[in-house]
Design a protein around this ligand. Structure first.
Ligand SMILES: NC(=O)c1ccc[n+]([C@@H]2O[C@H](COP(=O)([O-])OP(=O)(O)OC[C@H]3O[C@@H](n4cnc5c(N)ncnc54)[C@H](O)[C@@H]3O)[C@@H](O)[C@H]2O)c1
Length: 324
């Protein structure tokens, strides 16, 4: 047991709650700070937490102090629905950039030296080169992506030898850890939507079948949440080693592209159900292919994703959302 406290912002949400599970398994003491704007406090039964909106500096300071002396912060808290961000751009920018600033400020004030930030492949928009490297130009195609670009920039202002910061740019995290899995409201991510539609006997909507990809549907890079969270622990160790202040961002994906139709076929097999597919027009803002170059993560963290798409789908399908 190492007993170190790790503050997990957004720890009642999908990825944060999964991180809490893994941190506990490894003997850390996760302490969650969340405002429950997109999650359920019931999911934190038995977990130490404080309720605070990270856009409120004073309340957040109180919450961080309640955590006691912390070794690191993993900052998951953000509004994270791309389509919603198009309708509410100001809310997204204010929340996600404001929360990042609060977290960095409090790390400085309270002498917390390591900060891991959940960024996203949404910062790249329509990248020119696939797989995407971390040096690719930022061209977000949604206010959500823009909020991540700005949050990274804000954190960059606070980086110092005393506060080491790494932005982890997730591609498409999927799957569950035990009871904890993905349930956004509304759920817009592909795999949960496919499984729900299959189970409910509803048609699966596929947006666009005329992309320049082998089967005409979009290709994405999915990564199992277990692998993703492991990468956070590896990133934390890397920050502890204090190797570089040059590198500010690392991609986390599988490096493997799967088309929408391929995902549907895999889900059909896993659930032994047949999908009815409703082909709809392309959605604005969807690039044809989006896959991560994951070499940097391997080089720096010694991390490599291990679990494949079948496992991601099986684990998502097995988890039952217990909170309503
Ligand atoms: N899930 C994905 O596919 C994905 C992909 C790329 C990046 N990310 C990023 O990973 C992080 C976690 O994503 P998720 O899928 O778990 O989202 P989620 O919505 O399930 O969880 C986010 C959590 O943050 C909390 N929160 C939001 N704003 C807050 C604020 N101002 N103060 C305190 N708490 C606040 C919410 O209540 C929620 O519990 C986000 O930063 C997201 O942008 C997620």
């Amino acid at each position: 047991m190492n007993g170190r406290t790790i503050i997990v912002t957004g720890g009642a949400g999908y990825l944060g709650r999964c991180a809490v599970e893994v941190l506990r398994e490894r003997g850390f003491r996760p302490f969650v700070v969340d405002n429950f704007s997109a999650s359920h406090r019931e999911s934190l039964e038995g977990v130490d937490f404080a309720e605070a909106d990270l856009c409120d500096l004073a309340k957040s300071r109180e919450a961080f102090r309640k955590a006691g002396s912390a070794h690191a912060v993993i900052h998951f808290a953000a509004l994270a629905l791309v389509e919603e961000s198009v309708r509410q751009p100001e809310r997204y920018l204010k929340n996600n950039v404001g929360a990042a600033e609060t977290v960095a400020r409090l790390c400085g004030e309270l002498g917390i030296g390591r900060l891991i930030h959940s960024s996203s492949c949404a910062v790249y928009g329509f990248p020119k080169e696939i797989p995407v490297k971390e040096g690719a130009t930022f061209a977000p195609s949604s206010p959500y992506g823009e909020s991540k670009v700005r949050a990274e920039a804000v954190l960059g202002r606070f980086r110092s030898p005393q506060l080491r910061v790494i932005n982890l740019r997730y591609f498409n995290p999927v799957g569950a850890i035990g009871r904890f899995g993905e349930r956004h409201d509304p759920e817009t991510h592909l795999i949960p939507r496919v499984i729900e539609a299959l189970r409910g006997g509803q048609p699966v909507s596929v947006f666009g079948r005329d992309y320049e990809t082998p089967d005409g549907t979009c290709v994405r890079d999915f990564v199992h949440v277990k692998d993703l969270i492991e990468a956070h622990l590896a990133a934390m160790e890397w920050l502890e080693r204090g190797v570089s202040t040059e590198i500010s961002a690392v991609n986390l994906g599988s490096g493997v592209g799967r088309s929408v139709l391929e995902v549907i076929k895999t889900a059909e097999k896993a659930l032994s159900l047949k999908a009815e597919i409703a082909f709809l027009p392309r959605r604005p803002g969807d690039p044809a292919r989006l896959m991560a170059d994951v070499e940097l993560a391997e080089k720096l963290f010694g991390w490599r994703p291990r679990l494949g798409i079948d496992q991601m789908i099986r684990d998502h399908a097995q988890f039952i959302f217990p909170f309503r």
